[in-house]
Design a protein around this ligand. Structure first.
Ligand code: BGC
Length: 775
C-alpha cells in the first residue's frame, strides 16, 4: 500500500504529548521534544493531575465535567455564570459568538477562572470550527473531493491559527462519520463514504488543528465525532436510529476514529443516534470497551449537545437523574450544555451508583488535555488587540490558501464538446440562483464566517476576462428553492445573446447540514425548468453545482454539456471558480462518495457485497423495454432497479480533468503475497491530452472468497500525479497482508489466505486489473 499519512499520524500522536510543564514559564515557540522528554512531560502531567485532584472538592471535580453553551445565556445570566466559574463549577464554554457577546466578558470569565477560582484551572473554550473560522474553506465533503491530505492539513492549520487568536483551543472536528446516504444533511460535514479515505483525511485534519505540539498556543485540540454510527441514521433522517452489525461497524465505521486516536486526537464526541438500540451517549460498549479498553484512548469524551438529556425521549433513561447515571457510567466525561452531572452526580455517588474513582478518572481525562494544551501558560486569546487580530484573521495569505484549496475540490462530472474551459473573448451568460449568493457559497457550520467577506463569482469572472469578452448576468431565480418563473424571460434573453451559458445552481447552504435532510435530492425550486429553458436556446451550456450533497440530476444532465460539482466552496468561491472555469488550472477533484442516479437508489456505495445474482448490463430489462404480460422471469432476475439500473450515476473516485489520462503497464511484483511480505504494484499514467492536469490513481482490491462475504472492491491506496501533456509517470503502491485484514464473524481481526483481484484505476468502476494469492 502506498505510504499514507497514517504512519505520520502515529508519530504526531506521540509528539502531541509533548506539552510543556504547566505552571511554568511560558515557552511561546516550544518545539518538538525528544521521546525521552516526552516521557518526562507525560509523567509531569500525570503528577500535576494527581496534585490537582488531591486538592479538589467533589463539587470542583464535577465542575470540570461541565461544558456550558454560551449561546443559551442572556446578558442577565452573566452574574450567575461568573459566580459559577468563581466556584470552579464550569470546565469550559462552547460556541462563543463574538459578534453577539462582549469579548471582554469572555476574557473576564477566564480571568476569574484563573485568578479567583479555588485552584485556578483555566476554562477551555470550544467551537465548531468545521471548515475554517473566519476564512471559510470548502465544506468537508468538498475538501474530501481533493483527495489531498496536505490541503486538508493546511486548511485546519489556518482555522486553528484564526480561532486561537480569539482564545479558542478546542474544535468539534473532524467529523469522521462514514455515510452512505446523501439524503442525510450532515453528509456535507463528512469526508465521504470510504474508511481509508476518511481515515487519511481525518488524520490530516487532526494534525492541522493540533500540530505536533499541543502546547503550541496556535493549536486546537481536535474532537472526532460522532461516536459512533451517526452517519447510518435510518432513511437519512437526522438523529435517527442506526443499525450496524458489529462486524460492519468495526470494518467501515470505526477505522477513522481509531486512526484519529492513533494520531493523537484529544477528544471524542458521542452521537445523538442509537446504535443497535442503545443511545450512543449511554453505551459502555462504545466508550469503555472499544475506546478505552481496546484502543487505550487517553483523551476525554464529551456528550453531544443535550445528548445526555435526550436519552429520556429515546426511552432509555427515565429522567434526568437516570440519564446522568447512564452517561457517567458509560464513560461520557464531559457533559455538553445540560447540567445533569452537576445536579445528580453527588446524590448518585452517595448511593454508590458512581464512585469517586470513576469521577477522578473523568476529571483526569479532561485535565490531561487542558495540561497538554498548556492552558495555564496561554489562557487568553492569542490576539491581544484588534490590530493583532486583524493581522491574523482573514490575512491575504489565508484567503489565498482558501482559494487554492477550493480549486482542488471541484469535480468535473461531464464535459462534452469541451465546453469547459471557457475561452476569453466569449460572451458568457451567467445564470442561476447561486452565481451571486455570498451566504450560500459558504455552506453549513459557519459560526464565525460572514457573507460580507465572501468573494463571489460574477466579479471574479469579470476580473478574469477584463476587456476580452463579456459577462452577462441574469439570475433567473432568486434563490435555489424559488418556484417563480418570473425571471426566466430575462435569463433566456441573456442566454440567446451569449456564446455560452454558465448556469450556477444547486442547493442553498441551509438545505444540508444538521437537521436538514432531504427525501428528494433533485435540484430544488424551478431550477430544472430553468435549465431546460436555457438548453432550448441550443447554446453550449456549462453547469456549476453548489450543494452539500450529490443531487439527482435527471434530464438536466443530458441538457448540460458540462457539469462541475463545486460543493459549497467557501469565502473564495468566486476567484477559485473563475480560475478553474477559465482553465488557469484544470479541475482535479474526485468523488469521495458514490453519486446516485436518484434517491431511490440509496444506499449506494462502491464497497458493497456482491449478491448471488449480480446485475450486468444485459441480465435485466429496463422498465421502458419490458413487454406487457411477459412471463415473470423473462426480463431477467438480477439485483437492480428497473428504472435506475444497477450502476450509480457516477462512481466513487470519479472525476474528469481538462486533459486525458491513460493507464498502462500494470506490474505486480509477485503473484503471491506472504504474511510478512509486501507486494509492489505499479502502473504508468500518461497525460495524453493537451493540458497539464492532476490524475488521482487509485488502488483497489477484491478478496474473492472469505469466511464472510467480502466487498466487490476496497480502496487500499491512492496517489495524485500532476503531469504535463505527453508526460508519463509510474505510480507505485505497496500492499501488505495487514492491509487485507478484516473482522470475521467472531469479531476477530483476521488475514485470510486466498485469491485476490486488484485494480489500478481512475475510479471504483474501471481500471487495469491483475491478481495475486495471499498465502
Ligand atoms: C452537533 C455537533 C456540534 C454540537 C455543538 C450538535 O448539535 O451534533 O456536531 O459539535 O452541536 O455545536
Amino acid at each position: 500500500m502506498k505510504k499514507h499519512p497514517l504512519t505520520v499520524g502515529v508519530m504526531a500522536g506521540l509528539l502531541s504529548l509533548a506539552a510543556t510543564l504547566p505552571l511554568q514559564a511560558a515557552n511561546e515557540t516550544s518545539n518538538f521534544s525528544t521521546p525521552r522528554q516526552q516521557m518526562l512531560q507525560q509523567e509531569d502531567i500525570a503528577s500535576q493531575i494527581e496534585h490537582l485532584l488531591a486538592q479538589m472538592s467533589i463539587h470542583e471535580k464535577i465542575g470540570q465535567l461541565a461544558l456550558r453553551d454560551w449561546g443559551t445565556f442572556g446578558a442577565s445570566d452573566m452574574k450567575s455564570i461568573k459566580q459559577a466559574v468563581r466556584e470552579g463549577r464550569v470546565s469550559g464554554f462552547l460556541n462563543v459568538n463574538f459578534s453577539a457577546v462582549d469579548k471582554n466578558a469572555f476574557e473576564e470569565l477566564q480571568r476569574i477562572a484563573v485568578e479567583e477560582s479555588p485552584l485556578g484551572i483555566p476554562l477551555l473554550f470550544g467551537q465548531d470550527v468545521i471548515h475554517g473560522y473566519e476564512t471559510i474553506f470548502p465544506i468537508p465533503l468538498g475538501q474530501a473531493a481533493s483527495w489531498n491530505p496536505e490541503l486538508i492539513r493546511n486548511g485546519a492549520r489556518i482555522a486553528a491559527q484564526e480561532a486561537s487568536a480569539d482564545g479558542i483551543r478546542w474544535t468539534f472536528a473532524p467529523m469522521i462519520d462514514i455515510s452512505r446516504d446523501p439524503r442525510w444533511g450532515r453528509i456535507a460535514e463528512t469526508l465521504g463514504e470510504d474508511p481509508l479515505l476518511t481515515s487519511i483525511l481525518g488524520v490530516a485534519m487532526v494534525e492541522g488543528f493540533q500540530t505536533s505540539n499541543l502546547a503550541d498556543p496556535t493549536s486546537l485540540a481536535a474532537c472526532g465525532k460522532h461516536f459512533a454510527g451517526y452517519g447510518a441514521a435510518e432513511g437519512g433522517r437526522d438523529y435517527n436510529s442506526a443499525y450496524i452489525p458489529e462486524r460492519l461497524l468495526r470494518d467501515i465505521y470505526l477505522p477513522p476514529f481509531k486512526a484519529g486516536i492513533d494520531a493523537g486526537m484529544q477528544s471524542i464526541m458521542s452521537t445523538y443516534s442509537t446504535l443497535n438500540d442503545v443511545p450512543g451517549t449511554g453505551s459502555p460498549f462504545l466508550f469503555k470497551q472499544i475506546l478505552r479498553d481496546e484502543w487505550g484512548f487517553d483523551g476525554f469524551v464529551v456528550s453531544d449537545w443535550n445528548a445526555v438529556m435526550e436519552m429520556v425521549p429515546h426511552g432509555f433513561a427515565r429522567d434526568a437523574r437516570h440519564a446522568a447515571n447512564l452517561a457517567a457510567n458509560a464513560g461520557i466525561d464531559m457533559e455538553m450544555h445540560t447540567d445533569t452531572y452537576e445536579k445528580f452526580l453527588p446524590q448518585l455517588m452517595d448511593e454508590g451508583k458512581f464512585s469517586e474513582a470513576q469521577l477522578d478518572t473523568a476529571v483526569a481525562n479532561i485535565l490531561r488535555v487542558k495540561l497538554r494544551l498548556d492552558l495555564w501558560n496561554h489562557p487568553y486569546p492569542r490576539a491581544q488587540s484588534e490590530a493583532e487580530r486583524e493581522q491574523i484573521i482573514r490575512s491575504a495569505q489565508f484567503l489565498d490558501a482558501a482559494k487554492e484549496a477550493a480549486k482542488e475540490t471541484f469535480v468535473l462530472l461531464k464535459n462534452d464538446k469541451k465546453v469547459l474551459p471557457l475561452k476569453k473573448g466569449q460572451t458568457v451568460a451567467v445564470i442561476g440562483p447561486l452565481a451571486e449568493a455570498p451566504h450560500e457559497q459558504l455552506g453549513t457550520w459557519i459560526y464565525n464566517g460572514d457573507k460580507k467577506h465572501s468573494r463571489t463569482l460574477l466579479p471574479a469572472l469579470r476580473a478574469m476576462v477584463g476587456d476580452e469578452g463579456e459577462i452577462l448576468y441574469a439570475a433567473g431565480l432568486d434563490y435555489s428553492r424559488d418556484m417563480s418563473t418570473r425571471g426566466f424571460k430575462a435569463a433566456v434573453k441573456a442566454a440567446r445573446k451569449a456564446d455560452v451559458i454558465l448556469y450556477v445552481g444547486g442547493e442553498e447552504s441551509i438545505l444540508s447540514g444538521e437537521g436538514h435532510s432531504r427525501g428528494d435530492i433533485r435540484l430544488p425550486g424551478a431550477q430544472a425548468e430553468l435549465v431546460a429553458a436555457l438548453a432550448e436556446t441550443g447554446k453550449p451550456l456549462a453547469m456549476v453545482l453548489m450543494a452539500g450533497r450529490p443531487l439527482q440530476l435527471d434530464d438536466t444532465l443530458e441538457q448540460a454539456d458540462a457539469v462541475m460539482m463545486a460543493w459549497h466552496p467557501g469565502t473564495m468561491a468566486g476567484p477559485a471558480l473563475a480560475d478553474v472555469l477559465y482553465g488557469e488550472t484544470s479541475p482535479s477533484g474526485r468523488l469521495p462518495l458514490t453519486w446516485p442516479v436518484g434517491a431511490g437508489q440509496i444506499p449506494i456505495y462502491y464497497n458493497h457485497l456482491a449478491t448471488g445474482r449480480p446485475a450486468t448490463d444485459d441480465n435485466y430489462t429496463r422498465i421502458e423495454k419490458i413487454e406487457r404480460e411477459v412471463f415473470q422471469h423473462q426480463p431477467g432476475n438480477s439485483s437492480n432497479l428497473l428504472d435506475y439500473g444497477h450502476k450509480p450515476l457516477f462512481p466513487f473516485g470519479y472525476g474528469l480533468t481538462y486533459s486525458e489520462f491513460e493507464y498502462s503497464d500494470l506490474q505486480v511484483s509477485s503473484t503471491t503475497l506472504d504474511a510478512n511480505g509486501q507486494l509492489s504494484i505499479s502502473a504508468t499514467i500518461t497525460n495524453s491530452g493537451r493540458t497539464t492536469a492532476t490524475e488521482t490513481a487509485q488502488l483497489y482490491v477484491r478478496d474473492l472468497v472469505g469466511s464472510v462475504s467480502r466487498p466487490v472492491r476496497e480502496l487500499k491506496g491512492f496517489e495524485r500525479v500532476t503531469l504535463a501533456p505527453g508526460e508519463s509517470r509510474r505510480v507505485q503502491f505497496h500492499l501488505t497482508a495487514e492491509d487485507l485484514a478484516f473482522h470475521n464473524a467472531q469479531m476477530e481481526q483476521v488475514i485470510e489466505p486466498g485469491e485476490f483481484r486488484l485494480w489500478v484505476a481512475p475510479d471504483a468502476q474501471s481500471g487495469l486489473e491483475s491478481g495475486f494469492t495471499l498465502r
